[in-house]
Design a binder for this molecule. Structure first.
Ligand code: NAP
Length: 266
């Protein structure tokens, strides 16, 4: 019989450590839960170390390893370096990076200002700087790695104006610019880092509004536009993430996996 830390299926993440930024968020928590259920040790990133540790402590412990929480903030280069260095020094090595955290700005094309637009772009800068630190550390240890960056269906298609009309601001133009850019960054880095055995993929959710904050009318309109007739449930995003993080996707790189109930297939 195999030991619990030995992988038993290509989807098994036993023996692997995954750093997930924004792990306290709506989808971030679902990602952390799925990775822990697949056997990974999870290092939860948050702007607040205590919030990160709280999330880590509540995760299931399938492989008998301790999950960890670290402070990591995309707004500041130093904070990114410090957060990654803490993660490495506490975990030893990191096999998987999930660039999921997001600096939010709900302003649309009618109201966003220059600094607000720039700050949305800063999410891409943060994703890149952290990914490069991860790549450099893996190469130094001569180990392979998998990076997943969160895109969006709105990095591939435009939003329907009428979905938001009369409810609130439209989907942000800066956000759509960002997420289209993330998908292209993934293609670029996947090519440069393939020989280093670092796979780089995007995971692009469709409509997964947080049930705690989304107006019912908005949800109803999103459901109407979805081929599957419903919004995504947070637990439905974890399986595709585990696929991209694990050996099940060992020949997949530079890909942008849409998890959108068919939204972008219309
Ligand atoms: N939900 C959807 O429908 C949907 C659709 C398409 C794409 N996405 C993408 O999926 C990802 C997660 O979305 P979500 O819905 O789970 O959002 P969320 O609930 O708002 O979570 C985002 C998390 O990002 C973290 N964060 C905020 N500012 C940060 C910063 N400066 N540096 C690092 N982390 C920061 C926050 O955690 P702390 O406060 O603990 O730092 C927050 O919990 C995002 O990249 C989003 O664009 C979501």
């Amino acid at each position: 019989m195999s030991k619990p830390t030995e992988p038993t299926s290509p989807f098994d993440l036993a023996g692997k450590t995954a750093l997930v930024t924004g792990g306290s968020g709506y989808l971030g928590l679902a990602f952390c839960n799925s990775l822990a259920a697949a056997g990974a040790r999870v290092v939860v990133g948050s702007r607040s170390e205590s919030r990160a540790q709280q999330v880590a402590d509540a995760l299931q412990n399938r492989s008998g390893v301790e999950h960890l929480g670290v402070a990591l903030d995309y707004r500041d280069d130093q904070a990114i370096e410090q957060g990654f260095s803490d993660a490495i020094s506490r975990a030893g090595a990191i096999d998987v990076l999930v660039n999921n955290g997001h600096i939010l700005d709900a302003r649309d094309w009618t109201t966003v200002d220059g600094p607000g637009f720039d700050q949305q772009m800063r999410n891409a800068t943060g994703y890149f700087l952290l990914a490069r630190l991860f790549r450099d550390a893996a190469v130094a240890k001569q180990m392979p790695g998998s990076i997943v960056m969160l895109g969006s269906m709105y990095g591939r298609v435009a939003s329907y104006p009428e979905v938001y009309d009369g409810i609130g601001p439209a989907s942000s133009v800066a956000y759509q610019c960002l997420k289209g850019g993330v998908a292209q960054m993934v293609r670029h880095l996947s090519v440069y880092w393939a020989k280093d055995r670092i796979r780089v993929n995007a995971l692009s959710p469709g409509p997964f509004p947080n049930p705690e904050g989304a107006p019912a009318e908005l949800v109803a309109r999103l459901e109407q536009k979805s081929p599957m007739g419903r919004i995504g449930r947070a637990e439905e995003i974890g399986g595709p993430l585990v696929f991209l993080c694990s050996d099940a996707s060992s020949y997949v790189t530079g890909h942008n996996l849409m998890v959108d109930g068919g939204w972008t297939a219309w």
